[in-house]
Design a protein. Structure first.
Length: 106
């Protein structure tokens, strides 16, 4: 008789008991952990490539143009209103997207 079928009174092997747990770990990795790591890497790449005059949006939904970047303090100064020249300082990590990249007039 095959070893795959258990006779009455026999317990399943350790590997067959661990298989569902191994599969759950693999599913968590590929559907949760790996995409989150990719998203974090993409966001870090976005932050590292910020330039003055880029039009950006923050996590709070504020849209403005970058006027200055203070790399030593991880701060970005954004002008939100051109008429009154209103500027706000944000932490770099609050930038969630670039709407328009700086245009190079070369």
């Amino acid at each position: 008789m095959n070893n795959y079928f258990l006779e009455a009174g026999q317990s399943p092997g350790t590997l067959s008991m661990m298989f569902p747990f191994i599969m759950m770990i693999a599913i968590f990795y590929f559907f949760l952990i790996r995409p989150q790591q990719k998203q974090k890497k993409d966001h870090q790449n976005l932050i590292n490539n910020l330039k003055v005059n880029d039009k950006v949006v923050t996590s709070s939904g504020i849209i403005g143009k970058i006027m200055a970047i203070k790399d030593d303090k991880n701060i970005v100064i954004i002008r939100v209103d051109e008429a009154t020249n209103t500027k706000i300082e944000f932490q770099k990590h609050t930038i969630v997207g670039v709407i328009e990249k700086e245009e190079n007039n070369a």
